[in-house]
Design a protein around this ligand. Sequence first.
Ligand code: AMP
Length: 281
Amino acid sequence: MKIIKTVTEMSGLCNTELKNLKTGFVPTMGALHAGHISLVNQSVKENDITIVSIFVNPKQFNDKSDFENYPVTIENDLDLLEKANCDIVFIPQANDIYKDYDGYEMDFEGLDKIYEGEFRPGHFRGVIDIVYRFFSIINPDNSYFGEKDFQQLAIIKLMVKKAELPVNIIPCKIMREDSGLAMSSRNARLSINQKTTASEIYKTLNAVKESATVDQSPEQLISFITREIDKNDDLKTEYVVFCEPESLKSVNIFREKSSVRLCVAVWCGKIRLIDNISLQF
Ligand code: AMP
């Protein structure tokens, strides 16, 4: 497994040796867990070469303390990637990757202002800037994103469409702990008790998935979910929404034979967690 730390070396390699190989790319912020590795495994299966980036992107953090406390476990990350048969790990520095790059201007069509965007102003602007930059350096055939960050996935698909980039965006399923808690690098900052409490988030979402009917109103279910989650000490919902899976428009009525995504953000103590689940009517 090759480790590359400069943009010059990475783009040089992509424009020469890798040019005619089918390339899969998995962008990450490190502190890797089985969720990230599931993306890597899929890329290894579907491409000649798999490139994983590890970069804690300062531009996408609206909360300074979240950025400063973001877990860094580089030795363990490299070990996991090696075992997963990753070919290249790209670990750039911020001043190198953002040198001579003003960012990608995009009309988000309002997608950056709702849900995550409302509570994390500027977050998606930062995500788009770095992903566009990575795509222009690596020019991958396929790029893998977790459904865990459901809104991010929708925004990246929109960017690829608007910029007409020749890359397939491949959505990957959410990987969970045995308790149901969605795997996340931020879980490392939860105590054992908090992890148990946080698993109530998925249990609540799953219970609603199993029982929801078209006759129920999304509004009432949102109140129910909020109450169920918030009755746990240490948990506080920030938003709960039912939305259309592609447009992310919020859904005010359930319709027969439709698919709806239930998305939540919940604070567990000082750690902000997100999760989502698909409902079929
Ligand atoms: P991050 O390092 O948090 O930026 O995540 C890098 C990629 O891994 C993103 O596409 C995430 O959606 C994906 N990811 C993170 N957690 C999970 C998970 N539990 N299951 C599947 N994909 C995940």
